[in-house]
Design a binder for this molecule. Sequence first.
Ligand code: MTE
Ligand code: MO
Length: 250
Amino acid sequence: MTGSVGRRGFVAGMSALFLGACNKVAESSVGKSLFEKAPGWHKAVQRSLADRMALAIEYPRSAISPTFKANGSKTVDTDFYRAQLENGFADWRLEVRGMVAKPLSLSLDEVRALPQRTQVTRHDCVEGWSAIGEWTGPQLSTLLEMAGVQDGAKFVVFRCADKYVGRQYYESVDMVDAMHPQTIVAHSLNGEALPEGNGAPLRMRIERQLGYKHAKYLAAIEVVDTLENIGEGMGGYWEDRSGYQWYAGM
Ligand SMILES: Nc1nc2c(c(=O)[nH]1)N[C@H]1C(S)=C(S)[C@@H](COP(=O)(O)O)O[C@H]1N2
Ligand SMILES: [Mo]
């Protein structure tokens, strides 16, 4: 009996350690080797974290959908945005701020000059449609490493330029998804600059989660330790408005 209580305490302790490790993983991106060193008897927690880091399916280019539907906001209704559409987003800046050692303010050229990832993935919207597209952009982990995430950071918030039905769109993920290799800041769809309807000039791709997590019209990336003071505190536009799940994993 005492044995089973003891073990429960031990497992709980290891879970806490793994949750701690989870943030550390995110910050240092040494996830893989950490999991390889994890004790074999702790397979359950190991598997759930390994699951979170698994890749979404990538498709051949031949699978790309002929059209990629635009959903939700299809533009940004501001003079600044209209002017940027005209001048190739010359004055657009992507900010990386919050709990970082060195805040960034990057032009599109600077974003395009970073190491890039291209991936052909399927987008699934809760409204019941899907589309396959090829996305290109730097990994979010690259930007976070450049900015230097500070100790205690837990979430990454995506600030969007648009309002949808009168409310500012935003989204957020935890550090596991932030550091996931397929989490990219996309500037291109199917080899062309992002169309207006699909979030020009920059949008997130969070490939292990549903469509509403993929913030379009991205203006800033904010590193935080709590989501409480962001929007209405539920972690995203649809989470605040309609009670959608914050973790929309697939
Ligand atoms: N900024 C912003 N991002 C957004 C939305 C939006 O309205 N505004 N809609 C979301 C939803 S519900 C989906 S399905 C996808 C749609 O992306 P698409 O227009 O490229 O199909 O963007 C998501 N990201
Ligand atoms: Mo969606």
